[in-house]
Design a protein. Structure first.
Ligand SMILES: Cc1cc2nc3c(=O)[nH]c(=O)nc-3n(C[C@H](O)[C@H](O)[C@H](O)COP(=O)(O)OP(=O)(O)OC[C@H]3O[C@@H](n4cnc5c(N)ncnc54)[C@H](O)[C@@H]3O)c2cc1C
Length: 400
């Protein structure tokens, strides 16, 4: 791509779209281009609406969340390991700042919605990550701060092991309050000159129709007369609805339900792969929000797309978190009368898990005279992938 100003449209204002817009606008090779971000759901900041929501077009608002890489030590995951490393380092830098900066750590937490937090992570069954029970299966053991193995048979002070865990580790993760962090990114994109349009792109007529409608929306909003030359698809789950049948069959559903509770838990914790049914249990403080989420995922491969709040799932979430005892300061009361925390709301979302992982690549052909770059399918780790994934898009755009 030559260095003269080009118009680049991004579909989506979730973590992938916003981080991609930010990366394009802050990279010297692409910062002169005109960037227009189009989405039907733009982060609004302010307080969170914790009423039960049965559908949201934006997965990013529902995330837990914390940094946790799902990449393995296999060669197939090299690029994801790079992305996740870049994100951990970039977030650390946002929190630590440069020498001589006047902003305090607390001010940085309030501004970004990010914070360093201790994380205890446990497995209920063997996997590539538990190999040797000594951390060798966890490629990121040297990337994160303060990584150590938890002795699950005779835990040392501070380690709180859930019943049935076969392996556990402790490290310093970076937690995020999704609403705050998305809004922070949006403000940064605006400061750098990014153009934001709130609109629905008609996705009924496959990719060609999507690009055509994006062009129409740009014209209608008088968002620049420059010819649109690049279209970046950061539509998340929705991408499967306009990329043809072969692509849509690559997705499985994972039902994720959580309870939002009052108070910020002291630490982040995650227990995955229960031996019997693969359900997970977790607690995630949301920095600067005076709330935490405790959940809840159920994997029903391709069978369950129901986003209504399930009462039995709520009971299970409460019982498990109290039985574990990892978050007594916020855990809500269960059927046995354990726990005193206050639930504020309940949310359910479906993660559309893409087989083969994220697709961050150029479309093989031009569509409606426009080069298309895809960036979707980030599954469980869209935030963890975000900085590196966005930099990959910049690299692709520079080579168009
Ligand atoms: C409960 C839960 C917990 C999670 N926890 C974590 C975690 O701790 N750490 C982590 O790294 N990841 C976590 N994830 C995963 C992470 O949230 C996702 O990978 C990520 O949000 C995907 O972001 P995205 O921007 O690609 O897609 P989305 O957030 O879905 O964004 C898609 C965007 O496209 C727009 N859009 C789509 N179609 C159209 C259209 N036709 N017209 C206009 N706009 C359109 C939407 O409005 C939206 O702005 C979690 C997910 C869930 C559900």
């Amino acid at each position: 791509m030559s260095s003269e100003t080009k118009h680049i449209a991004i579909l989506g204002a979730g973590i992938t779209g916003l981080q991609t817009a930010y990366a394009l606008l802050s990279c010297p090779d692409t910062s002169d281009h005109k960037i227009t971000l189009i989405a039907n759901n733009i982060p609004e900041g302010g307080t969170w609406n914790y009423k039960p929501l049965h559908y949201s077009p934006n997965t990013s608002e529902f995330a837990g969340g914390h940094w946790r890489s799902y990449a393995t030590t296999s060669d197939n995951d090299i690029k994801i390991r790079e992305w996740d490393t870049k994100t951990y380092n970039a977030w650390s830098k946002l929190l630590i700042g440069n020498e001589g900066d006047s902003e305090t750590y607390e001010e940085r937490v309030a501004k970004t919605g990010l914070a360093f937090k201790e994380m205890q992570l446990f497995w209920g069954r063997e996997s590539a990550e538990t190999e040797g029970h000594d951390g060798r299966g966890i490629w990121w053991n040297g990337i994160v701060r303060d990584f150590s193995i938890i002795d699950v048979k005779s835990p040392k002070e501070g380690a709180i092991v859930p019943p049935g865990a076969i392996f556990g580790v402790k490290f310093e993760t970076i937690c995020f309050h999704p609403k705050r962090y998305l809004f922070y990114l949006l403000e940064e994109v605006k400061k750098l000159g990014g153009n934001i349009i709130k609109a629905s792109v008609d996705a009924k007529n496959e990719l060609g129709g999507v690009v055509r409608d994006a062009k129409r929306i740009i014209l209608d909003n008088q968002a620049g007369s420059e010819e649109l030359l690049v279209f970046i698809n950061c539509a998340g789950n929705e991408a499967k609805n306009f990329l043809g049948e072969k692509e849509s069959t690559k997705f499985n559903s994972i039902i994720s339900q959580f309870i939002v509770v009052k108070g910020e838990a002291e630490r982040c914790a995650f227990y995955q792969d229960f031996a019997r049914n693969w359900e997970t249990s977790y607690v995630n403080p949301r920095p600067g929000s005076s709330t935490s989420v405790i959940g809840g995922c159920k994997i029903d491969k391709n069978t369950n797309w129901d986003q209504s709040v399930a009462g039995n799932m709520n009971r299970t979430i409460k019982r498990r978190i109290n039985m574990w005892g990892i978050a007594n300061e916020v855990a809500p009361e269960d059927d046995e009368g354990n726990g005193k925390g206050k639930p504020i709301g309940f949310q359910v979302s479906v993660i559309h898990e893409r087989q083969g992982g994220p697709r961050v690549a150029k479309e093989s052909r031009q569509v409606e005279g426009v080069s298309v770059v895809h960036a979707y399918g980030h599954n469980w780790a869209g935030y963890t992938n975000s900085v590196g994934s966005a930099e990959k898009v910049v690299e692709i755009v520079c080579n168009l």
